[in-house]
Design a protein around this ligand. Sequence first.
Ligand code: PRX
Length: 651
Amino acid sequence: MTVQIDHALEEIRRFRPSPEFAAQAVADERLYEAAAADRLGFWADQARELLQWEKPFTRTLDWSNPPFAKWFDDGELNVAVNCLDRHVAAGNGDRVALHWEGEPGDSRDITYAELTDEVKRAANVLEGLGVGEGDRVAIYLPMIPEAVVSMLAVARIGAVHSVVFGGFSADSLASRIDDAEASLVITADGGYRKGKVFPLKPVVDEALGKTEKGTVQNVLVVRRGENEIAWDDARDQWWHETVSAAQAEHTARGFGAEHPLFILYTSGTTGKPKGILHTSGGYLTQAAFTHKNVFDLHPETDVYWCTADVGWVTGHSYVVYGPLANGATQVLYEGTPDTPHPGRWWEIVEKYKVSILYTAPTAIRSFMKLGRRIPQEFNLRSLRLLGSVGEPINPEAWIWYRHVIGGGSIPVVDTWWQTETGAIMISALPGVTDLKPGSAQVPIPGISIDILSDDGTPVEGEGGGLLVVTEPWPSMLRGIWGDPERFKETYWEKFGDKYFAGDGARRDEDGDIWLLGRVDDVMNVSGHRLSTAEIESSLVAHPWTAEAAVVGASDETTGQAVVAFVILKASQAEQVTDVAEAADELRRHVAAQIGAIARPRQVFIVNELPKTRSGKIMRRLLRDLAEGREVGDTTTLADTSIMQVISAQVR
Ligand code: PRX
């Protein structure tokens, strides 16, 4: 028995690539060697090899004004042409780009030629609506082909998209529209989720009523949910009327490699989301490079499926730009994993013979909970590579994923990156690197990562500290929209010219990197980033709330969960008689203000919050309570007995 367990542990520690996989792998050891010998030359080669340039670049990196990097900046390219037209020109117009599967079971296969036509038509419509180079377009759509078409049409004309996840509220949408000063919103009447139509256009109408700057001129509406919606003739247009009637001829021109491609809002440590800005040439180079090498893409034969929504960065880089730049065939699925039955994902893998699957640990853990019987009802033998992203994947989930979904012998790659990094930064290369469950492992070729202690000294060998990127990389964020100071402060102030990622990390005896979660007040719930400060200010905006503190407590399925501690206003004491009801009302309030993903798992109504003498809330102690642990060191509290009072109220 002992021998067996030892053997199992040894197996868990490390998996060597199988010779069969290695023999056909896209990546090889030489990528590491080339990047180590000449990092900038390596990226320049990748940019030339992977992309089509309208005007070749002669400068690889301009880092003369850190932290504002410029990559390939005298070159010109059109991002949409790279994702579409050139595949058609190369004779691959009949290849399926998207196997789209709607939640109710309707489906569409769209070839590269068809997608190119549709994007050209949409580009003509956008131009007809007065959208031009550099203008911002907000996209608020479900996972339907028009989401991909919209993003590419915006890119094609040199405008800038800001995709807002369909689960965000009218308030969140309004503040994003205002911050980017968008002139157009592309939305749908509604989309399908959990067997029902959820409204989108009504949320846009509400958001536009709330915007302060009034920059939006038009709303383009895709018909999907067929739900009842209000209509403003002066402002609203149907996609199916305008786009289908538009010309399918559209000549794209090249834009500078540093031309903005998109803004994507993500939560930071303050209440205000940050508009992360990405540009064109460097971003597309790294998205395409990682998509090809980390997922071992063979575009002629693979069917790739990334389950992320286009509202998140994973959907940008690994549903839209990376796969399409590489001419991949992929699945796009509108709905939830368990509708209409808990085997829906596996049914889709079987139907389209998916060979590469990229998803989040939260999804894997929720499938683990349901048991292996469900996936085992389907034929998953087409799968040959599995990926994970968004949060640390615990070794148990990694092993389950490999065995139950992957049949026991295929590679699982755990990929670490962020909205800010634009593309994968740390991951094994399948067929080349050994695999180690639980560790994201090694920087990809051309990326320089280090672990520093708090004072900035590098941690040598084994040890833990703060994760930094030590050299600029092609797909790095170019700034925070409209706020260069915040960009410098957030990422560059702590360690000078090294990018501070906000994550803790440990290097093990083999040199592999283990991610340890955020070291700031950013939570990670189901692989989605949420800010404690944003949820706290939402809670405080409720008329009943006097004070609120929010923590991310570890959660078996979602990684972390939002737990709030709220002190009610004394003046409300009479109105609020039922504490459970008050907690529910506050949970609903946060969901309505920010979006359902931010809804706290629990709200505890308390009389006190633990504070230091200077008035700072000690969230560490609240986290102890939320996770059911013994409360840690309380000596720095202004009133050391307070935790007993709070504990009694929480239990
Ligand atoms: O804490 C890290 C975690 O997710 C954060 C980035 O979140 P976001 O910008 O929303 O992008 C998510 C998808 C790329 C990181 O700071 N994270 C992401 N991937 C991993 C991870 N933590 C551990 N392991 C990962 N593979």
